[in-house]
Design a protein around this ligand. Structure first.
Ligand code: GLN
Length: 485
C-alpha cells in the first residue's frame, strides 16, 4: 500500500508498513524527499535538505529491518531543527553568524537516532538562535504557515511545525526555551511536547538559555510525540542537568481511562483568551468531564511576573552563551586590523537585530548595580511561579489551558511590535520557568479556520499522563488538513 496519502500516516502505521514489507525504508525516504522538493520552495521550512545522507541512512535502516533489529523509529523519516548539531551537516541556528558552520560531532539525540536507524531528511528553519516567535526573522528567509499563507507559522521552531503540518516529514525534533515547540505547533495545527527539564540530553543543542532549553518532538499526534520522546530520551553523562527519568515508555497511557483524574484550570489564562479560543478550550473541559475527570479552578497569582522573569533570565543566559561567537572560536569571521576590531565586525555583522537586543539586555541585567534589581528578582519570581505550579499539581493531575490566548497572527502584526511580540510568550514560558512538561494539541478552529491549541501541563517526568490525556482528546477530534496539502 504505497499511496499518495502516506504523509498522513502515523508513525505507528508507517512502522507496520515497513515491518510488513509493504514499503521499504528507501522508498519511504524518497517519498518524503519528493514531497519536500514539491513544497519546500513555497513553505521554506527546511534550510538544508540532506538528500544523499537520508538515502544512505534509509538503506542502513532497511538492513536493520531485514535483520529484525528494529525500534519504533527505524526507517522513519524525521526533520531536525537547525540548532541541533549534526556531524558533517550544516547547522546554522537560522543565523548569518553560523551560515556555513558544519559541526564535527553529533548531538547525543542524533547519535541515538542514527544508531537505531532513523532517517534524517534535513534541518529545519528557525528564528536566529531560537529568539523569536514568528519564524520571519531567519537569515534563510521566512517560513510560510501551511494552514494559511497570510499568517505566521510561529517560532522559533516554525520550520519544524510547518513541515509536520504539510506532511514533509513523519515527525520533527525541535527545541523549546519559552514556547518554541508549542507556539508554532499550535499555530500550524499539530501536536508538540516540551518535556520536563532534564529528560532529553541537551549535549549538542546550541544553547540559547541553558536553564530553560529542552529538546522535544512535534508530530501529527500525541502518540507520535510519545514515540519520538522514547527515541531521544536517555541518560547522558555529557549533560550534567540530566535527571534519570522515572518513566520510560511515553505512550504507556495512550488509550487508558481518564476516570477519576483531576484537572486544574487556571482561570486567569482562560479569561485573557480570545472568545473563539475560550469556547474551544471550554469544549475540551466538557470532553474531559464527560470522560470522568473532575475539573477545578486554580489560581496562579505569580503568573503576572512570568514574562518579565523569562525575558530577564533567558537574556542573561543568552548573553553568556553567545559570547563564544566571536569569529575566532565560533562564527563567521569579520574583517579588522586588531583582535577587538575583528570581533566587533564578526559580532556586528553576524548577529541579527533580535539576537543583539537579547545580548544587550542580558549584559545589562547582569551588570554591577543592576544584578540585584533585575536578575535576582527574576530568579525569585521564577521560584515562586515554580512553587505555585507544583503546588497546584499536588492537588491536580495536570493543568489545562489555552496554549496561547489567540490564533496565528497575520504576517506583519508581531514583527513590527516588540511588546506585543514578547507578550505573545506569556502563557508558554510558564512550563520553561518551572521545568514542567507541557503538550499542545489542536482543540478547535476560529472563524478564519485557524487552529486553536489546547495545553496540558503535567507533573515533572509524567509526560505519559499528559500524552495519554491529549491522545484521548485527539481520538474524538476531527483535525482539518492544512491548505498547502
Ligand atoms: N519566543 C520566545 C523567545 O523569543 C521563546 C523562544 C524559544 O522557545 N526558543 O525567547
Amino acid at each position: 500500500m504505497v499511496g499518495e496519502e502516506l504523509f498522513r500516516a502515523s508513525i505507528g502505521k508507517l512502522r507496520r508498513l515497513l515491518d510488513q514489507r509493504e514499503i521499504s525504508a528507501p522508498e519511504l525516504a524518497e517519498y518524503f524527499l519528493d514531497r519536500m522538493q514539491r513544497h519546500n520552495g513555497t513553505l521554506n521550512c527546511y534550510i538544508t535538505v540532506t538528500e544523499e545522507q537520508a538515502m544512505e541512512m534509509a538503506r542502513r535502516a532497511q538492513r536493520k529491518i531485514d535483520q529484525g533489529d528494529v525500534r519504533i523509529w527505524t526507517g522513519i523519516p524525521l526533520s531536525v531543527k537547525d540548532n541541533i548539531s549534526t556531524k558533517g551537516i550544516k547547522t546554522t541556528c537560522g543565523s548569518r553568524m553560523l551560515e556555513s558552520y558544519v559541526p564535527v560531532y553529533d548531538a547525543t539525540i542524533i547519535s541515538k537516532l542514527r544508531r537505531y536507524g532513523a532517517v534524517l531528511l534535513g534541518k529545519t528553519n528557525m528564528d536566529p538562535f531560537g529568539m523569536g516567535n514568528t519564524c520571519r526573522t531567519s537569515h534563510f528567509g521566512p517560513v510560510q504557515n501551511p494552514v494559511s499563507s497570510g499568517r505566521i507559522p510561529g517560532g522559533s521552531s516554525g520550520g519544524a511545525a510547518a513541515c509536520v503540518a504539510a506532511g514533509l516529514c513523519a515527525g520533527a525534533l525541535a527545541s523549546d526555551t519559552g514556547g518554541s515547540i508549542r507556539q508554532p505547533a499550535a499555530f500550524c495545527g499539530v501536536t508538540g511536547l516540551k518535556p520536563t527539564y532534564g529528560t532529553v540530553p541537551r549535549y549538542g543543542l546550541i544553547a540559547f538559555a541553558s536553564s530553560l532549553d529542552q529538546i522535544g518532538p512535534i508530530a501529527a499526534s500525541a502518540e507520535d510525540c510519545g514515540y519520538l520522546l522514547d527515541a531521544i530520551t536517555d541518560y547522558d553523562p555529557n549533560d550534567s542537568t540530566m535527571r534519570q527519568p522515572n518513566c520510560y515508555g511515553y505512550t504507556g497511557k495512550v488509550g487508558a481511562s481518564l476516570k477519576g483524574i483531576k484537572i486544574g484550570v487556571p482561570a486567569v489564562l482562560l479569561e485573557k483568551a480570545e472568545p473563539a479560543v475560550q469556547a474551544a478550550v471550554l469544549d475540551a473541559v466538557e470532553f474531559y468531564k464527560d470522560a470522568g475527570c473532575e475539573c477545578v479552578p486554580v489560581s496562579l497569582p505569580g503568573r503576572s511576573y512570568a514574562l518579565s522573569a523569562y525575558y530577564i533570565i533567558s537574556s542573561a543566559e543568552a548573553a553568556s552563551n553567545l559570547s563564544r561567537f566571536d569569529g575566532i572560536r565560533f562564527g563567521s569571521r569579520g574583517e579588522g586590523e586588531t583582535c577587538t576590531e575583528q570581533m566587533k565586525s564578526s559580532r556586528g555583522n553576524g548577529f541579527e537585530p533580535e539576537v543583539k537586543r537579547r545580548i544587550l539586555l542580558g549584559n545589562y541585567v547582569l551588570s554591577a548595580g543592576y544584578r540585584e534589581e533585575y536578575y535576582q528578582k527574576a530568579t525569585a519570581a521564577r521560584n515562586r511561579i515554580k512553587a505555585e505550579l507544583e503546588n497546584a499539581l499536588q492537588a491536580c493531575d495536570f493543568l489545562l489551558s489555552p496554549t496561547l490566548p489567540f490564533t496565528a497572527p497575520r504576517v506583519g502584526v508581531l514583527e513590527g511590535d516588540l511588546i506585543r511580540r514578547y507578550e505573545a510568550d506569556a502563557y508558554t514560558v510558564l512550563a520553561n520557568l518551572s521545568g514542567l512538561p507541557a503538550v499542545t494539541t489542536p482543540c478547535g478552529y476560529d472563524g478564519d479556520g485557524l487552529p486553536i491549541g489546547l495545553s496540558l501541563t503535567g507533573r515533572a517526568f509524567d509526560e505519559a499522563s499528559i500524552l495519554g490525556a491529549a491522545a484521548a482528546f485527539e481520538a474524538q477530534f476531527t483535525r482539518r488538513e492544512a491548505a498547502a496539502l
